[in-house]
Structures are given as structure tokens and as C-alpha cells.
Design a protein around this ligand. Sequence first.
Ligand SMILES: *[C@@H]1O[C@H](CO)[C@@H](O)[C@H](O)[C@H]1NC(C)=O
Length: 487
Amino acid sequence: MVGESLSRIGLAGLAVMGQNLALNIAEKGFPISVYNRSSSKVDETVERAKQEGNLPVKGFHDPKDFVLSIQRPRAIIILVKAGAPVDQTIDTLSKFMEPGDCIIDGGNEWYENTERRALAVKEKGLLYMGMGVSGGEEGARYGPSLMPGGTPEAYEYIKDIVVKIAAQVNDGPCVTYIGEGGAGNFVKMVHNGIEYGDMQLISEAYDVLKSVGGLTNKELARTFSEWNKGELESFLIEITADIFRVKDDKGEGELVDKILDKTGMKGTGKWTVQQAAELSVAAPTIACSLDSRFLSGLKEEREAAAEVFRKAGVGDILITKEVDKEQLINDVRKALYASKICSYAQGMNIIRAKSIEKGWNLNLGEISRIWKGGCIIRAVFLDRIKAAYDRNPKLASLLIDPEFAKEMVERQESWRRVVSLAISVGISTPGMSSSLAYFDSYRRSRLPANLLQAQRDYFGAHTYERIDASGSFHTEWSKIAKLQAKF
Ligand SMILES: *[C@@H]1O[C@H](CO)[C@@H](O)[C@H](O)[C@H]1NC(C)=O
């Protein structure tokens, strides 16, 4: 290496995301060293760097050479599969790293693993960060949304780089220092939970429009393109419109109709729902999107069930209804938007509850801002969420931000029509229905929980509070009820 200049940063793990992020960093003018155990990945990355504009990427097959090629204090991003591979990579690299160097895990890691590793490498004097990276391969290459968490000193190592490589929107780069410990991973996890919700709601809109409204793929493409010009404008709506246009290359019609209705997943959605439960935060829209993936996985079982119910007299759709297509499209658009508000309110509440528990001091407005570009849930709508938190950083729920409250009230008639219609024809719209139920529960000052409390006190003497007096009370329900029944 004599005479050669050192790289500004290193990146280990050259699968699709790693390669693209490395090229993005190099393209923004930061010389980068790259490493992977399998040497073909290294050569592939160096070759791409050459082809995509002679970018300053140096490849290494040896971990020691790799580490020593980076200027001190070193910053090394690792992008490998979450779990054991991260520990292995840290083991391999940390041997050659020196006090003051920093490791940044860019994978979808469980936040507690990041906190554990941060403590472990601290003994060697190393710094550690967990950085959520969203946007898929396209985002990694041309501008992702980045959610770095860890000590503020560690963020200083990469700040100049991440603000350049992140997606750029009207109010800045889609990156901000998230918070201490595993905060970056946690926020990325909830981002993915919200993404589950968005995708579920969109698929329900599709089902209603197709199965009840009888829209063809061509009409669906046109509808989603139209929607993408208004309040729903977002990456997911845009790609959905595209999907309906793609012809099947192996047969008649469009490809979407030939795809098996069985969903895959990797775990961040499940973690989000588990965390919601741990924190006692209601997140029905996100939870039902996870349940829907579980149910979709039971393809064979569902086919058998369809047969059982067909024999019992119930077909796929219970009744066919005459609907006004234009009105249905408008109603579904409004139901989708209102449901989305509920879903994001749930996600933000999970983040806020965790922030309080961990003392992370997370800024919900800033988090909404960095999701405006680069990531999968990027949407015009996030501007409104940011504005809501700017108006009131202590907002208890997005639902009661005056603007959102007004928007939901304006859409509730359509929302109720869509859900009722779906129920009456036998199409499940769990995302839209549970969002509506969430709205209806949240907006009513009195719920039937009084009866539930009476039941708990009846069988378990759990006591109850009164609306007209303070303190806790217990009643001998069974004795009194028996006595009074006599009269
Ligand atoms: C290198 O590549 C392989 C797959 O080709 C992958 O399994 C491995 O985790 C990568 N990362 C590192 C740091 O070696």
C-alpha cells in the first residue's frame, strides 16, 4: 500500500444492497474500500465501479488489507444478513481495527442486537452504530432513506457522507441522527411495519375495485395512476399502477393475475407487532397486515376451505352488486387515505412509546421528513405528518391533529360505505375495517369497557373505578344479583 492514498470509508458485505451503497458512496466523491469473503463479489463490485464511471472503489480479498486501507479513525459499514453473519463479520474485522474506529451495521437488525454489540466492541475501544437503510437496490444506488442510531460521536464519522448519499428532497437529505443505542434499527423496523400496512391497504383497495367493481387491469392501472396525482401520491401507488400494465411473458393477459397469492416476509413486520404489544400500543392496522400474510401463506388450506364452504352453499363472492364504478373508485380512494392516517398514527405511537421507555428523545417530525424520499413508504402524505408534528411536537395522536381530523371526518362516509359493501359481499378488508374501528374507538369518549371492568370485578375481584367518585371499588356482584333476582 506504500504511496497509495487511504480510502475515506470501508464497506463489507457485497450482496445487492452492499454493492449499490458502495457505488453510491464512491460516486459522491468518497474513495471506498470494499470487502467480501467470496472474492467473486469483490471483483464484481470493482468491475461495476469501472463501468459506472471509473468510481473510486478498491476491492480487497483479505480482511486485514481491507481494514488497513481505510483512513483513521476508520468507519466501516457492514451490510450482511441480520443475526449471526453480523457477529461473524464483526469478529473478522475488529481484529484489525484500532481504538476509535467505528462499525456501522446497515442491515435490518433487531435493535437489541445492536445495543449488545455496541457494548461488546466498546471494550476494544470501538464505536458502533445501527443504521436503517430503506429504498431497495435502486435506493441504495441513487439515494436511500437512512436511519442511523448510536452515539452522536459515531454519527460524526459518517455525517458528511450520509448527507450526500441519501435521497434529497425539498427540505434536505433523507437522513438525520435518530438517537442513541438501537434507535436507528427500531425506527427502521417500524418503517417496515408501516410499509406492511400500506401494502395491505392497497391490496384491499385492489380487491374491492376488481371483485366488486369489476375493474379490469387496464382500468386499475388508470385508476392508480390517477390516484398518484393526488393525496395518495407515493412510491407504492406508483409501482402498483405499473404492475397492472405488465403483460405475462408466458401466456395471455397480465402477469399480476398469474402470481400465486402467498406472501413472503422477513420478520420486521412481526417485530413491530410484538413491540406494539410489549409497549401496550394499539396497532390493529399493522397487526392485521401481518395476520393477512399468515393467512395468505395457507394457500392449500384455503383452497380446501373454499371447497367446504362451496358445498355448504357459499361461493367466493356472496352477492354481485350493481355499483357505480366512478363512485366506487372515489369511495375506495377516500377509504384508503383515511385508513392510511390510522396506520401511520399507530406506527408513530409505537415509536413515541419506545422513545419514552428508552429515553431516546426521538423527533417524530424529523423522522417523517427523512421518510419523504428514498424509502419504500415515501409519499407526499409524509409532508402533512411532518407538519402535524411541527405544529405540535407533543401531539398524542395524528388522528387529533386538526388537519387530519378534518380529513378523516370528510372521508368517513365513503370509508363506511366501502367497508359495509365489502362485508355485505363477503370480501375481507381487515386493514380498512380495523382502521375504521380504531378511529371509532378512539373518537368515542365512552366505550363499553365499563361492562368489562364489571366482569373482571365479578369473577376476579379486580376492582373498578367510578365515573363519579375517586378510589377503587369492589362489589359482591353474584350475591347481590341472586338476591335481587328474587324480587
Ligand atoms: C460475502 O458474500 C456472501 C455471498 O456471496 C455472503 O454470504 C457473505 O455474508 C458476504 N459478506 C462478507 C462480509 O463476507
